[in-house]
Design a protein around this ligand. Sequence first.
Ligand code: ATP
Ligand code: MG
Length: 307
Amino acid sequence: MSELVLSVDKLVKTFRKPFSRTKVEAVRGVSFEVQRGHIFGFLGPNGAGKTTTIKMVTGLIAPTSGVATILGKPSTAPEALAPVGFLPENPYIYPYLTPREFVTLCARLSGVPSAEIDAAVARSIERTGMTYAMDRPARSLSKGMLQRTGVAGAIVHDPELLILDEPMSGLDPVGRKEIRDLIVEEAEAGKTVFFSSHILSDVEMLCDSVCILKRGEVVVSGSVHELLDAGSRNAEISLTDVPDELAKDLEGAAERSRRVGTSLVLEVIGDDNVRATLQKALAAGARVESVSPKRETLEDIFVRKAL
Ligand SMILES: Nc1ncnc2c1ncn2[C@@H]1O[C@H](COP(=O)(O)OP(=O)(O)OP(=O)(O)O)[C@@H](O)[C@H]1O
Ligand SMILES: [Mg+2]
């Protein structure tokens, strides 16, 4: 049976700029639910309100209204965060600490029993590929190494729910793959992972569900499989010998169009539009070069809905 691990209900955050009466409505009634064992992607352009929502969920800032509930407890209750591992956006790691010391501090703060700390620290540092640099001070580490150290700190107490604000940011392709693998391993072990990202291919590959924000509001929400499936009835139609008048008409009706040599290539959404385009083209004496199904990617959905 599915179990709700995180539930966000009509969260609102309005910032007031100091010394002026202007307001920034960063989050405007965001709601979503995350099921146990799922990997949930939180998307949106810069400034959409992802980090602000995450800060409310993790109790770093108070909502203007609305509630977030973690495993049945309001996120404002101190005990609600015990089963949560959190990677903030651009994690700050004291420059004089080594990854081993930083992750040990995280383990202590999150209540790992003393006898288990050394093993837990070594294991989470190993899982983030930082063992080779675990005794170097943070000030000498690269951005990606600091990011990996932040992830190691978030997982050291084996949390039920991992909340990661842009975990792949600053990582090289190998680092990104390692973090993807780590997220999958967490989900396979029954843990729940909620993360924000701008890397849509990673989200498409990993996530069960997504929520896309635009200017503080949810514009897309649901299972990745269903969202991509719904967009699968698109087709790319390549035509030649298209009379000018018809070309204009078809280009206007298509989602996207381009000219390739003497061909007109149209991207058309939905069975009805595909049929209508082909009928018009054939009736006007155009030649159909090809019709190929085109599966919509998460990036297509993002561009269509969030920009
Ligand atoms: N402390 C603050 N005071 C005033 N405005 C703020 C504050 N924090 C965030 N904002 C504003 O709230 C909006 C949402 O910002 P937020 O950091 O949540 O976006 P984001 O989706 O995480 O963006 P990014 O992808 O760039 O990380 C922006 O307009 C931002 O300027
Ligand atoms: Mg952010």
